[in-house]
Design a protein around this ligand. Structure first.
Ligand SMILES: *Cc1c(COP(=O)(O)O)cnc(C)c1O
Length: 427
């Protein structure tokens, strides 16, 4: 008996009333590894990547996974083995991709606040490109490159000033954002960079926001980018690659983002029409490669009925799943065992964690038929959950499992107390 698939989660399904990720039962995994437990589907990640690869078939394109979405080593290893490059934002992320077997020349380094030490290390290992975000950074990178006897390949991140129509905290391509160089300053900034001996201009990039669910912001940003490429090249500075960033959304709560291949069919038609179809293209997807590949399994600790609200207190919290507290984000929550508690009546609950903050909630007003001891699965937990998790309230970071068919691999063990206090010293 196999229930219908959950929409947007093709490798997460019920079989004999038990929720499975691919061929592995979440109840069985959580019995062996405890809760809260992140479980990822390798097939789901590779399917998401394949949609981009289909979209770019026959093109000169590189897919650089933006690792801040989920930077666990085994996940990086899956994408490195599949031929991806990586988009990184810190020296720590650089060390991670190298530890996972990435080819340094396929790494691009984004971020508004790169330190000199980070630049020097990235030059030493030979990354492919720095995505530079300010005029001040251009000068510093030039100095660092000259002092290390190298030339830094750069792309300038431009701010195309389009509204991605997403949450304000994850919108990055509008004038009031801290990211990128203003549209109007682009040409002079390129001229300045092209004149510096420590730099070699190779590309242009943008990244307009995250959880984008419409085509239009991408199409608009592309037009603005191509206008800029034309004016920069007219000034005698060749642009070898165009990088359109990441940002494609996923289905959290009935969201209907375009499929990656459908979106790229439209974008490539525009590139072809404007004569840029044979340029080297780059993209930096994060969430859309891993978001719906992961779930977080949590156990119900207590039911706490109240006059105004009923609370369902679970053992996962804002330190494991920070998106609701940070962005009022929605995660679907489903039972690991369907109809686990036929005696419990279905009620509406706020699903909350044990952390001492009112912001520690995972879902508001959810109809659930649960009792203490049941397990729940928080869906769409593959992106910006574990990578944003913390030890707040001295809670251990959760364990992570990567499922590949009927095989499951522990890819991160749960923090021990020793892990948590490593580096701390008593007086
Ligand atoms: C975060 C980020 C990405 C990835 O964004 P997603 O929404 O996860 O696809 C790509 N590029 C840059 C520069 C970023 O900061």
């Amino acid at each position: 008996m196999s229930a219908p698939l959950l929409p947007g989660h093709p490798h997460i399904h019920y079989a004999n009333d038990q929720l499975h990720v691919e061929g592995c039962s979440l109840d069985a995994l959580s019995l062996s590894h405890g809760t809260p437990l992140f479980v990822y589907s390798k097939a789901s990640m590779l399917d998401a990547l394949a949609a981009y690869q289909r979209g770019f078939a026959g093109r000169n394109a590189r897919i650089c996974y933006a690792i801040k979405a989920n930077s666990s080593l085994a996940i990086l290893q899956v994408f490195a083995a599949a031929g991806c490059g990586f988009d990184i934002v810190s020296e720590g992320e650089l060390a991670r991709v190298l530890a996972a077997g990435a080819d340094a020349s396929k790494v691009i380094f984004s971020g508004v606040g790169k330190t000199r030490a980070e630049m020097a290390q990235a030059l030493r290992v030979g990354i492919g490109c720095f995505n530079v975000e300010s005029e001040a950074e251009i000068d510093v990178l030039n100095e660092v490159a000259l002092s290390t006897g190298t030339r830094a390949a750069i792309s300038i991140r431009v701010n195309p000033n389009v509204d991605p129509k997403t949450h304000p905290y994850i919108s990055t391509g509008l004038k009031g954002n801290k990211f990128g160089i203003a549209h109007e300053r682009t040409l002079v900034t390129y001229q300045r960079a092209a004149a510096l001996p420590g730099l070699q201009v190779v590309g242009i990039d943008c990244h307009i926001g995250s959880q984008i669910t419409q085509d239009t912001p991408y199409l608009d940003a592309m037009d603005r980018m191509l206008d800029l490429v034309e004016s920069i090249e007219a000034a005698g500075i060749p642009i070898h690659h165009i990088d359109f960033g990441g940002g494609l959304g996923i289905n959290y709560n009935g969201d209907t983002p375009p499929a990656a291949d459908a979106l790229w069919n439209k974008l490539l038609a525009k590139l072809d029409a404007r004569g840029f179809g044979q340029r080297q293209l780059m993209i930096e997807p994060g969430r859309s490669l891993v978001g719906n590949a992961g779930v977080c399994v949590t156990e119900v600790l207590y039911m706490k009925p109240g006059e105004q609200k009923n609370f369902c207190i679970v053992d996962a919290a804002m330190n494991d799943l920070p998106r609701p507290a940070m962005y009022q984000a929605f995660h679907t929550i489903v039972p690991v065992q369907q109809a686990a508690s036929p005696s419990a009546s279905s009620e509406v609950y706020d699903v909350v964690g044990p952390v001492c903050e009112s912001g520690d909630w995972i879902g508001h007003d959810r109809a659930l038929q649960v009792q203490a001891g049941d397990k729940l699965a928080v869906l769409s937990a593959g992106a910006y959950c574990m990578s944003m998790s913390s030890n707040y309230n001295s809670r251990p970071k959760a364990a992570e499992i990567l499922v590949d068919g009927t095989q499951s691999h522990l890819i991160r063990q749960r923090d021990s107390f020793a892990d948590q206090i490593r580096g701390e010293k008593l007086l």
